[in-house]
Design a protein around this ligand. Structure first.
Ligand SMILES: C[S@@+](CC[C@H](N)C(=O)[O-])C[C@H]1O[C@@H](n2cnc3c(N)ncnc32)[C@H](O)[C@@H]1O
Length: 235
């Protein structure tokens, strides 16, 4: 499993505030939730709490869930309260507690096996009140594999520079899976530290996701497409 959410959690927290547009993401979720009168929500893959901050400030009854303690430690200090639990999304068990469950930031990409996807979706289904909403985003297989290019990113902060060199390799062992090899080069106070990270990620076709959802009792309401990703609203 990747180091990005453990050893490198602070680096993730700094970098992704420049990669993701959390205000835009929040506005999207907020509009869907308000339209459907959803107040009590669970965010799976909540990471360092950047959406949590916004949900809590807006008055949602919020619970965040993530696999990594290091991410949750940052989330707790960002939000200044403990609305988080450490858990693997494949093992969630809440009994009809939530108006909506969200899996944000393409976090389902880390569940690469069919059984893990089914366990996660069954757990989400059991956690929702009758008529509750399930909103999540995933990498889209054609978009990913059609433009399968290595890439580099560089970020400069007050006290450190971060460079990430990413190489992608097809893996296909458990679906539309691929390996992401990332080298992190961190320069701070004249000192350079390097980390090599490997992650396996899974992308999905819309047909695959539709079948997983059907098998776990969901009905798709809407699919919202974006380059290389899509977001599903299901009930
Ligand atoms: C790309 S990050 C997204 C984090 C956050 N939603 C954001 O937008 O910044 C993916 C998150 O999924 C979490 N994650 C990975 N595998 C998980 C699992 N099996 N169960 C729960 N969380 C998991 C990681 O710890 C990480 O915080």
């Amino acid at each position: 499993m990747t180091q990005l959410y453990s050893t490198l959690a602070n680096i993730y927290h700094e970098m992704y505030q420049h990669i993701f547009d959390y205000d835009k993401e929040f506005d999207f979720y907020d509009a869907v939730l308000k339209r459907n009168n959803c107040h009590k929500i669970l965010e799976i893959g909540c990471g360092t709490g950047m959406l949590a901050k916004r949900f809590i400030k807006t008055g949602y009854d919020y619970l965040g869930l993530d696999l990594f303690r290091e991410m949750l430690d940052i989330a707790r200090s960002e939000v200044n309260s403990d609305r988080f639990i450490q858990c693997d999304m494949r093992e969630i068990s809440f009994n009809k507690q939530f108006d909506a469950v969200l899996i944000t930031g393409r976090s389902l990409a880390y569940v690469t096996e069919n059984q893990g996807i089914l366990d996660t979706l069954n757990g989400v289904h059991k956690s929702l009140k009758d008529g509750g909403l399930f909103i999540f985003d995933v990498f889209e297989a054609t978009g990913i594999f059609d433009n399968f290019n290595d890439f580099e990113q560089a970020f400069e902060f007050d006290d450190r520079k971060i460079k990430r060199i990413s190489k992608l390799k097809m893996n296909l062992s458990t679906g539309w899976t691929y390996n992401w090899y990332a080298k992190y080069i961190i320069e701070q106070n004249g000192k350079i530290t390097e980390y090599d990270d490997i992650t396996t990620l899974r992308a999905f076709t819309k047909d695959e996701i539709s079948l997983f959802l059907k098998l776990t009792g969901f009905k798709i309401r809407e699919i919202i497409e974006a380059p290389k990703t899509f977001t599903i609203i299901a009930e």
